[in-house]
Structures are given as structure tokens and as C-alpha cells.
Design a protein around this ligand. Structure first.
Ligand code: FMN
Length: 374
């Protein structure tokens, strides 16, 4: 029987890769690395089961680069040193299962408390300093610091390439380091990295250009950005499509192949006066591969409390005809699915077969269950 979702289940080419369908497993941190920040063998089956369940591409959980303030949470996987052996095993497992995987490279920036390992005692870092009760909790980056961070990103990207990852995603969203440069409220610099949209985007562009020079033209580089922050869902890094164009055009020039505008509801209009979503605007402006994300297949939007488990909650699976229609209209090219795939590794197969009622819903138990089923 032909599928009712022909666009979602059609192949898609990115540089030298041909994805079997349009479904990406969205990057999801689970804070389950061991106390050496090593992604041990439990990660292998977690990712393999998603390939077996039908996802076309996995974007790994955020993994921190080799800079003292890069990690923001406990038990996060590192992307340097001994942890690279764990990542090599994950790549092998995913490839053996016939899938593809990108590594999401991350610097937490100001989202860090000083006790976080492996460099406890170090404050967070950002475009501007943040002082609370007389204590520096976020250090303003000097040009030497920024140079070191670019170097760490480049090393991580080169390592990802040599470990066999199929591409990388630079995490420039959700209030972490690069995003804090984008945002007027958090970036009060008066040098060439602050002020205009161009200036606020400069550091991210320098990171991308340096990576692109190191990995060559074929290795896919995705860039994730967002208007919203973990602590402010109404934040805006750009106020209108013209500003978005300035930011994205500079990132294209720097070498981005794929944009991943992170929203909590994929269908929402991005700016007043138009129904176009943020993914739609991104695709129109850049004509680059664009990933839509946010409440696909699930009836509640992402909130941080889901993650930290403060309140019990339940969600329900929902049909995804609207996604199919927008893909067919060319509004975006790919979809990232987070919580629905966390709760049910076979989500892609189940939507392909129209088995909505057999999908495991995402609930407050899902993260715990996933941890224990590793
Ligand atoms: C448990 C959990 C962990 C997440 N970790 C990350 C992460 O490491 N990197 C990232 O860019 N986004 C992260 N996100 C956001 C998701 O990638 C996704 O954008 C968000 O959940 C919305 O998609 P959804 O509605 O399909 O769940 C996380 C979300 C959840 C629920």
C-alpha cells in the first residue's frame, strides 16, 4: 500500500549523503555519561534502536568541546580525549545499523555553575560578564579566550570527521555561548562583536569559517539557532526578516550547509505580518537545507520542566499531516523530532504504518524509562 506520507518518506541528499527519509532524531541531552564524561556503551544501543526504528539521521546529544568552561551540566559527554573512543563506537554502531549520525558540538557559555566537572571552579563564559552578589559567575571573553574556543571547535570538528561522523551540528541556540553573542540583551559589548546584528553574529561566523577551512567543502555543517532561550521563551535575537537575513547570510558565507532553526511549535509564524514559520523564512532567505522542529507528533510544546522533571505530565501522539503538507510546499526540507522519538524508538515506522494508537506517548516517565532500558 502506498504511504500517506510520501514527502516525509522520500529520500534527501545533503552533499555526499543520501538520507532515506526526512526524519531526524533531534539532539537530546540525557546527562547519563559516566563521571569521566565518557559516552559508554549504553549510548550505542540507545542510538542503534532509533536507526532500527526508522530515523533517517541522528543528531547526537550536545557534547562539550575542549575548553575549560564548555560544559554546563553534570554527566554530559565530552568531545575530546578519552571520550572520543566512546564516540567512535557509537559511530560504528549507527553505521552498522545502516544509519547516519552528526555530532552536536556545544559550548555552554553562561549556562554553567562553577562546580561542574571536569573543570570545577571555573565560571561560565559569555560576551559580557555577569556578576551576582559580588562574584563573577560569567566571565566576559577576551580575544585570546575567543581564539582558544575557535581552536577547540575546529579540533572537535576535525575529530568528528576522522571518527567517521557524517557531519556536525554547531549548537548556536537556547541561550548557550554563541546564542548569547546573538542576543542584544546578553551581549552588551561595544567592540566588533557587539551592537549590530552583523557584529553579534561575527563570533559564530568565525567559528564556522575556521571549521569549514579545516574540514573541506563536502563535510556537512549544520547550524542550530533559536529565538527562545531556556530561561526566556519570548526572547528574540532578531526582530524582523531583514535582521534574520543579515545574520543568516553571514553564516552562509562562513560555510553553513544546513540550518536548524529551533522552535517549540514548528507551525508558528515567526514575525508579525506573515504566516511563515522560522524554518520557512530560513529556507526563503538562504535556500539551504532547512530543518523544522517543535512539537512534531506531540500535543505539548517543549518546556524545560519536562527535562528536569519538576512536574508530572503526559502528552499524546498527534497526526502529522500538517508537516507532510509543508514539506510538499517546500517550506522546509527535513524535520527533527525530539520527545516523540525519545519516548518511542519506533516512532518513524509507526507513523509510516499509520499506527498512531501504538505510539508510546512522552510522559514524565520517558526519560527515566529510557535511562533504565539502556
Ligand atoms: C530531554 C531533552 C534534551 C534535549 N537536549 C538538547 C540538546 O542536547 N541539544 C539541543 O540542541 N536541543 C536539545 N533539546 C531540544 C530538542 O532537540 C528539541 O528541539 C525540542 O525537544 C523540541 O522538539 P520536540 O517538540 O520534538 O521534542 C532537548 C530536549 C529534550 C526533551
Amino acid at each position: 500500500m502506498p504511504t500517506l506520507l510520501p514527502n516525509i518518506f522520500s529520500s534527501y541528499k545533503i552533499n555526499n549523503l543520501t538520507l532515506p527519509n526526512r526524519i531526524i532524531m533531534s539532539p537530546m541531552t540525557r546527562m547519563v555519561s559516566n563521571d569521566k564524561n565518557y559516552p559508554d556503551k549504553d549510548f550505542n544501543s540507545y542510538y542503534r534502536r532509533r536507526i532500527e526504528g526508522g530515523v533517517g539521521l541522528i543528531i547526537s546529544s550536545a557534547s562539550f568541546i575542549n575548553h575549560p568552561s564548555a560544559n554546563g551540566y553534570p554527566n554530559m559527554p565530552a568531545f575530546y580525549g578519552a571520550a572520543l573512543d566512546g564516540w567512535r563506537n557509537i559511530v560504528t554502531e549507527v553505521h552498522t545499523a545502516g544509519g547516519y549520525i552528526f555530532s552536536q558540538l556545544w559550548h555552554a557559555g553562561p549556562v554553567r555553575t562553577p562546580e561542574i566537572e571536569p573543570h570545577s571552579g571555573i565560571p561560565g563564559s559569555g560576551p559580557s560578564s555577569i556578576v551576582k552578589e559580588g562574584k563573577v559567575i560569567t566571565k566576559k571573553l577576551s580575544s585570546t579566550d575567543m581564539h582558544d574556543i575557535i581552536f577547540a571547535y575546529v579540533q572537535a570538528a576535525k575529530d568528528a570527521q576522522s571518527l567517521g561522523f557524517d557531519g556536525i551540528e554547531i549548537h548556536g541556540a537556547h541561550g548557550f555561548l554563541l546564542d548569547h553573542f546573538f542576543w542584544k540583551k546578553s551581549n552588551t559589548r561595544v567592540d566588533e562583536y557587539g551592537g549590530s546584528v552583523n557584529n553579534r553574529g561575527r563570533f559564530a561566523c568565525e567559528v564556522i569559517s575556521a571549521i569549514r577551512a579545516a574540514v573541506g567543502i563536502e563535510f556537512p555543517i549544520s547550524f542550530r539557532f533559536s529565538q527562545w532561550k531556556q530561561d526566556d521563551y519570548n526572547a528574540k535575537i532578531v526582530d524582523n526578516p531583514d535582521e534574520l537575513e543579515v545574520l543568516l547570510s553571514a553564516l552562509v558565507e562562513a560555510g553553513v550547509d544546513i540550518f536548524h532553526p529551533s522552535t517549540r511549535r514548528f507551525w508558528e509564524p515567526a514575525f508579525e505580518g506573515s504566516d511563515l514559520s522560522l524554518a520557512g523564512w530560513t529556507k526563503n532567505i538562504t535556500n539551504k537545507t532547512t530543518i523544522a522542529v517543535g512539537s512534531i507528533g506531540i500535543d505539548h510544546e517543549y518546556i524545560i520542566n519536562h527535562f528536569v522533571g519538576e512536574e508530572p505530565f503526559e502528552t499524546k501522539p498527534v497526526i502529522i499531516d500538517e508537516v507532510e503538507k509543508r514539506l510538499s510546499d517546500g517550506e522546509f526540507d527535513l524535520i527533527a523530532v525530539g520527545r516523540a522519538i525519545l519516548a518511542d524508538a519506533a516512532w518513524p515506522q509507526k507513523i509510516l504504518n499509520g499506527e498512531l494508537k501504538n505510539i508510546q506517548p512522552f510522559t514524565s516517565e520517558s526519560l527515566i524509562q529510557e535511562r533504565s532500558s539502556l
